[in-house]
Design a protein around this ligand. Structure first.
Ligand code: ADP
Ligand code: MG
Ligand code: ZN
Length: 209
């Protein structure tokens, strides 16, 4: 997980005879994977390092996700960082305007404006780091994540451990029968599974119907 080396915020050369460019270069990083794959952990690690480098950091999460804490972003191994819950992706444009680094967790829950919002921030010179589920419980691409992955300069896919067989897991298997796309839950409602164990579970569920 620590293979990702942060590119440095570097001063951009601005020849006197050209349009002034933003003093700092922005870019977009995306951390994706299944539930329990360490996305939040990795997001917190990168943001903590940015703070150590004395950069101004703001963290946002969707207001609907209050599973662990109203304000904090909390990982499954209990590391946490203070965040601002917001309703719309566009809220980041105002609230994150004066930062060096913007972190966004649970990016899959945001509206379709998120990729454009992240691009705008990066164009202004901000380093944007989004973490989110790339697939929903049925293995379908989740919300704004595909578009976000397409426009990001850096993409990190992290893997959980399949609770059935121990292989690397890319799927979030839903243990309950609910067909709602958003079902906030924990180990009681989801399991990290590899492809084979995910397919097996889907077949078992289908047989029950
Ligand atoms: P995510 O944000 O991707 O859901 P977190 O960063 O919150 O993941 O949590 C990752 C942590 O979850 C791991 O460090 C580990 O302690 C714990 N964990 C629980 N179940 C699993 C699993 N099946 N595979 C890997 N890690 C797991
Ligand atoms: Mg998380
Ligand atoms: Zn498996």
């Amino acid at each position: 997980m620590s293979l990702f080396l942060e590119p440095r915020l570097t001063l951009r050369p601005t020849p006197a005879d050209t349009q002034p460019l933003p003093a700092r270069r922005g870019w977009l990083e995306v951390i994706c994977g299944s539930m329990f794959s360490g996305k939040t952990e990795e997001l917190i690690r990168r943001l903590t390092r940015a703070r150590i480098a004395r950069q101004r950091v703001e963290i946002f999460k969707p207001a609907l996700d209050t599973r662990y804490h109203e304000q904090d972003v909390v990982s499954h191994n209990q590391t946490s960082i203070r965040s601002t819950p917001i309703q719309f992706a566009s809220d980041v444009l105002l609230l994150g305007a004066n930062c060096d680094v913007v972190g966004i967790d649970e990016a899959q829950f945001f509206d379709s404006a998120l990729p454009d919002v992240c691009n705008q921030l990066a164009d202004r010179g901000i380093r944007v780091i989004c973490a989110g589920l790339d697939m929903d419980f049925a293995g379908r691409p989740f919300g704004p994540m595909p578009a976000l992955l397409a426009v990001a300069e850096f993409v990190t896919k992290v893997h959980a451990v399949c609770v059935r067989c121990g292989d690397p897991a890319a799927y979030s298997f839903r243990l309950t029968a609910s067909a709602e796309r958003v079902l906030l839950g924990e180990t009681d409602s989801y399991e990290a599974r590899c492809r084979a164990c995910f397919l097996e579970g889907q077949a078992e569920k289908a047989a029950l119907d």
